[in-house]
Write a protein that binds this ligand. Structure first.
Ligand code: SAM
Length: 276
């Protein structure tokens, strides 16, 4: 009988945020796969847990994934932890979950700390519909391309960012979304210097021109305002039909095309053209 994989979220700042269930799962697992064994060892020492650790991180995940999988298939239970927060969210773990799913291994995700949800909740932005965009590229061109895909995004957008890249990211965002776009910069969540700066992209750039950004950030950016739909009038329809007919189009086709272009029912365009 095969074992299973538990995804165990760990505190993103405040050690008190480890849950009873996470603690029990770490205690009961046969082994723990950790992004950085030194970071996890500190947490385990704090919790008084002694357990065998396997390192599983970005640059060894292809090889270590198979080792972990074999152990689970042989009946062991693995608890996967990252440095902080929910494993598999902008963290190594995504691939291990895929591998387990393909091998028919049960994966259980324990709910717990996650930087993006914590930030969204206190951002003051709309939370009904949102999209998570992870980390933007450090390369200006691909960062811009990524943002251009989001130019018309109306949902609240969430990004992870490191302090040394923050200003470059804000500059690219202001270029694509405009300096007036609201943003909530959520930093050092659950830590001593937790802060939420609710401003605009322009305002954030002004702020960080005066002081260097410090700490870990989640950026919560308001979505684009819905495009205002300007209703076409009967007069618009009649003029467009006239224009198309003058260009050589049959009256029937001109009515059909005008209805499509102006998003009006065909009979409305027909009546307008007739009245003209
Ligand atoms: N899997 C983790 C999660 O979802 O909570 C995130 C891991 S990702 C490698 C690390 C990023 O999460 C940081 O660069 C930062 O953007 C965000 N982050 C983590 N802890 C944070 C904190 N206490 N305050 C603000 N942002 C944090």
């Amino acid at each position: 009988m095969s074992g299973m994989l538990y995804l165990v979220p760990t505190p993103i700042g405040n050690l008190g945020d480890i849950s009873i269930r996470c603690r029990q799962t770490l205690e009961q697992a046969d082994f723990i796969a950790a992004e950085d064994t030194r970071v996890t060892l500190k947490l385990l020492n704090h919790l008084g847990i002694k357990k065998s650790l396997v390192s599983y991180y970005e640059h060894n995940k292809a090889q270590k994934g198979n080792v972990i999988l074999d152990r689970i298939l042989a009946g062991e239970t693995c608890a996967l932890v990252s440095d902080a927060g929910s494993p598999a969210i902008s963290d190594p773990g995504e691939d291990l979950v895929k591998q387990c799913a393909e091998a028919g291994i049960t994966v259980c995700a324990i709910p717990g700390p996650c930087a993006l949800i914590t930030a969204l909740s206190i951002s003051g932005q709309s939370t009904g519909r949102f999209c998570f965009e992870g980390f933007l590229s450090t390369a200006k061109k691909s960062r811009r391309e990524h943002l251009l895909c989001l130019e018309k995004e109306q949902r609240t957008m969430i990004f992870y960012e490191a302090p040394h890249k923050l200003v470059a990211t804000l500059e690219s965002m202001a270029e694509v979304f405009g300096a007036d776009r609201p943003i909530s910069l959520c930093r050092e969540l659950s830590k001593l210097h937790e802060e939420v700066i609710r401003t605009t992209l322009g305002g954030a750039l002004e702020l960080y021109a005066q002081q260097a950004p410090k700490g870990e950030f989640v950026l919560v950016v308001a979505g684009a305002a819905p495009e205002e739909k300007i209703e076409a009038t009967a007069q618009d329809a009649a003029s467009r039909v006239k224009e198309l007919v003058a260009g050589g189009m049959s009256r029937k086709d001109a009515i059909k095309q005008t209805a499509k272009e102006l998003d009006l029912p065909k009979n409305v365009v027909y009546d307008a053209a007739l009245a003209e």
